[in-house]
Design a protein around this ligand. Structure first.
Ligand SMILES: *Cc1c(COP(=O)(O)O)cnc(C)c1O
Length: 442
C-alpha cells in the first residue's frame, strides 16, 4: 500500500487542477464594444435620466430580473453593497433587531450593523445549514424589523415557513443568494421568495464580473428606495416625492458599464455552468468510496441545489479519527488549482467560525468606542453573543467537511483523482490513527 502524502508518501496527483475560468470571447467582445463607446459609467447622483445609469447597467438589470421572473432588478457593485442597500430600504434602524444566520459570509450580518441595528443570531437547521424557522420564531421580539436568510452553499432555506413567520409579525425578509444563483425552492428561483433577494458577481462565485451584484424585488417602493440608497439619496430626494426620509442616506454602490456588460454575458451562461456543477456532484456522489463516519449531506426533495460548495458530514467518533487529521490527509493528496495558487486544495473543514464569536460581537464595538449599536440608548433589548447560543452552527463548524470539486472546469478524470484521494485515505486509516495518537502524546 502506498504511503499517505501527509505521512511522507507521494500524493495522488501533483498536476494542478485546471482553472475555473469561464470568461470567454463573448465577454471580451462586449468589453471592447463598451471601451469603444467611451462610456464606462453613465450614472449621475442627481435626479436626472442618468440617475438610473447607462445602457449596460439597465440592460443587465432587465435581463436578470426577467430571467428570475422578478419585477425589478437593481444592480450594485457587490452583494455586500446590495445587502446594505436592502437593509436600508427595509427601514432598518437604531433600536431595531435583525435576525441573521451566524453561519455565513460576514456581510449578511454587517448589513444590519450598517444601519445601526443589532444582529440577533438564530440557529441553523443542520439538514441544510440555513436559518431554522423554529429558531427564528424563538428569537422574534417586538423589535425585530427584518430577517436576513442565507441560502448557504447553494441549498435553499425553508422559505415557506420563514415567509409565514414574516407575515405573522410584519417583518421584511432579505434573501442572501450570493451562493445560490439558479437554486430553486418548490420550483421557484431563490431571490424572488422574500421581499428582496441579493446576488453576487464576485470573482469567487458561480458567475462573475470581477466585482458586482444585483438586488431583485417585486415591490415598487422597495425598488425605488434601493435605487436611492445606491446613488446619493440625500441629494436626490430634493425635487422628488419620497414618502419617507428614513435611511435616505446615499452611498455610491453603482456598478460600472464594463462589469454590467460582462454580467449580461455571464447571466446567459449561468444555467449551463450550474447544471455542469450538478452533474459533477452527481458523479462525485455516485463514486465516493465508503469511509467510516463520512456521509453526503442530504438535499431536500423539493429544492434544486446550486452547489457553490458540497457538504460531507463527518462523525469523528465513528471514523476513529479527528476531522482535522482527516482533512489534512485529503488536502495533502491533492494539488492546488491553476489561477488560485496559494489557496490550497479545494477541500476544508468547518466553513466560517460562527459570526457571533468575531471580535466585533465579543467586544460589542462597531461605531465609535461607545458600543453603538449594541449599547445605543434607543436599543431596549439585550444582545447575547456568548459561545453556545447556536449549538447547531457550532456543531457544523466543528464537524463538517466542505469541498468545491464540482467546479465546471473539472472533468470526470479530475474528479476521479479526488475520489482516489478519498480511497487512499480510507485504505490507510490505521496509519492516520497512529499519527494522531503520536501527535497527541508528543
Ligand atoms: C460572497 C458572499 C457575500 C458577499 O459578496 P460580495 O459580492 O463579495 O460582496 C455575501 N454573502 C454570502 C453568503 C457570500 O458567500
Amino acid at each position: 500500500m502506498t504511503q499517505l502524502a501527509l505521512l511522507g508518501g507521494s500524493p495522488v496527483r501533483t498536476k494542478l487542477f485546471p482553472a475555473h475560468n469561464f470568461i470567454g470571447e463573448e465577454e471580451k467582445q462586449k468589453v471592447m464594444e463598451i471601451m469603444d463607446s467611451g462610456v464606462l459609467s453613465r450614472f449621475l447622483g442627481v435626479w436626472h435620466d442618468d440617475f438610473y445609469g447607462g445602457d449596460e447597467v439597465q440592460g443587465f438589470e432587465r435581463e436578470w430580473a426577467d430571467s428570475y421572473q422578478a419585477k425589478y432588478g437593481i444592480s450594485v457593485n457587490s452583494c455586500t453593497s446590495g445587502l446594505y442597500a436592502a437593509a436600508g430600504a427595509a427601514g432598518v434602524g437604531p433600536g431595531d433587531e435583525v435576525i441573521v444566520s451566524p453561519y455565513t459570509m460576514v456581510a449578511s450580518v454587517t448589513a444590519a450593523i450598517a444601519f445601526n441595528a443589532v444582529p440577533v443570531f438564530a440557529d441553523i437547521d443542520p439538514q441544510n445549514f440555513c436559518l431554522s424557522p423554529q429558531s427564528i420564531r424563538e428569537k422574534i421580539t417586538e423589535r425585530t424589523k427584518a430577517i436576513i436568510v442565507v441560502h448557504l452553499f447553494g441549498h435553499p432555506a425553508d422559505m415557506d415557513e420563514i415567509m409565514e413567520i414574516a407575515r405573522e409579525h410584519n417583518i421584511i425578509v432579505i434573501e442572501d443568494c450570493a451562493q445560490a444563483p439558479c437554486a430553486t425552492y418548490k420550483g421557484r428561483p431563490v431571490g424572488t421568495l422574500g421581499h428582496m433577494g441579493v446576488f453576487s458577481l464576485n470573482y469567487h462565485k458561480h458567475i462573475h464580473s470581477g466585482e458586482g451584484g444585483i438586488v431583485l424585488t417585486n415591490d415598487e417602493r422597495l425598488a425605488d428606495r434601493l435605487c436611492m440608497i445606491r446613488n446619493h439619496a440625500e441629494a436626490v430626494v430634493t425635487g422628488r416625492e419620497v414618502d419617507s426620509l428614513v435611511n435616505m442616506v446615499g452611498f455610491n454602490f453603482r456598478l460600472g458599464e464594463l462589469e454590467a456588460g460582462i454580467g449580461r454575458m455571464q447571466l446567459v451562461k449561468s444555467q449551463g455552468l450550474i447544471n455542469h456543477r450538478r452533474r459533477n456532484v452527481d458523479y462525485f456522489n455516485r463514486n465516493l468510496p465508503t469511509l467510516p463516519g463520512l456521509t453526503i449531506s442530504p438535499v431536500a426533495d423539493d429544492v434544486e441545489h446550486s452547489y457553490y460548495t458540497e457538504v460531507l458530514n463527518y462523525d469523528a467518533e465513528a471514523a476513529g479519527l479527528s476531522r482535522d487529521v482527516m482533512v489534512r490527509a485529503l488536502q495533502a493528496e491533492l494539488p492546488e488549482t491553476e489561477m488560485r495558487k496559494g489557496h490550497g486544495a479545494l477541500i476544508g473543514g468547518g466553513y466560517v467560525k460562527p459570526i457571533y464569536l468575531y471580535p466585533m460581537f465579543q467586544k460589542q464595538i462597531a461605531y465609535g468606542d461607545l458600543g453603538c449599536p449594541f449599547k445605543c440608548p434607543h436599543y431596549k433589548g439585550q444582545a447575547s453573543y456568548e459561545a453556545g447560543i447556536c449549538p447547531e452552527t457550532e456543531w457544523a463548524h466543528d464537524t463538517i467537511i466542505t469541498h468545491e470539486y464540482m467546479q465546471p472546469s473539472l472533468s470526470e478524470g479530475d474528479i476521479d483523482d479526488v475520489l482516489k484521494a478519498f480511497e487512499k485515505v480510507g485504505d490507510n486509516l490505521d496509519d492516520l490513527r497512529r499519527f494522531e495518537a503520536d501527535s497527541v502524546t508528543n
